[in-house]
Design a protein around this ligand. Structure first.
Ligand code: DC
Length: 225
């Protein structure tokens, strides 16, 4: 396994993926979005008509299709049976079901194998974002960041990013949706969302995007020199 893993964990909407991509570009590392992999599993299960609690069947499907992480210019992207699904994994039905699929132990075991294999392929290093990257997938990562922000700040950013209305009602509704996903991700029995004991906590509620990227790049330059 490559030793150069920068792990970024945090709740939905904390800006992990956009931050991880920007940090990876600045360091010359590849970005590896573990959430996109869980989304690809969910997409495949929905499209195959599998019941979403069928862990062993979903794990078998994922291996036979197969679902892979392929290195491109923007980092690793998920492919299902050779097709790039980076866009399709953002579908609303996938977002609604992904917490349930990612709670299945058989599914997590396959995901962890794929993530470790992908990371080992990159000669320079990887910035991996998710929920359990620093705690379970790469517990030896030399640098772990735990990104957080208030649920309301995350909701507002998400609506702005997606060009949707961000009046008080929409922000309140998105805040509720994010809080429900936080509860599902933090409350599950296996690999719950939590900060690793040795993670650097970064609350981005009052930080600009550039500010949070700069802060992580500076930490990384000291660790991966
Ligand atoms: O970061 P995201 O919203 O794309 O993640 C999608 C889902 O996948 C999220 O509900 C939690 C799950 N996930 C996980 O369980 N473990 C990870 N390492 C990454 C994501």
């Amino acid at each position: 396994m490559t030793a150069n893993v920068l792990a970024i964990d945090g709740p939905a909407g904390s800006g992990k993926s956009t931050t991880a991509l920007a940090v990876a570009e600045r360091l010359g590392f590849a970005h590896l979005d573990s959430g996109a992999l869980y989304r690809a599993f969910t997409l495949a299960a929905i499209d195959a008509g599998l019941p979403l609690g069928a862990g062993a069947r979903i794990a078998a499907l994922v291996r036979t299709l197969p679902i892979r992480l392929v290195l491109g210019p923007q980092g690793f992207r998920p492919e299902v049976a050779g097709a790039d699904v980076s866009e399709a994994v953002r579908r609303a039905d996938v977002t609604a079901q992904v917490s349930a699929v990612s709670a299945l132990p058989e599914v997590r075991a396959v995901a962890n194998d794929l993530l470790r294999e992908a990371a080992a392929l990159h000669p320079r290093g990887v910035v991996v974002d998710g929920r359990d990257i620093g705690t379970v997938v790469f517990p030896e990562a030399p640098l772990k960041i735990y990104l957080s922000a208030s649920a309301e700040a995350r909701a507002r950013r998400r609506l702005e990013q997606e060009g949707r209305a961000h009046d008080a009602g929409s922000v309140a509704e998105e805040t509720r949706r994010l809080a429900a996903r936080d509860r599902a991700d933090a409350g599950r029995a296996i690999a719950p969302l939590r900060a690793a004991a040795d993670a650097v906590a970064l609350d981005t509620t009052d930080l600009s995007f550039e500010g949070q990227v700069d802060a992580i790049v500076e930490l990384a330059r000291n660790v991966f020199s």
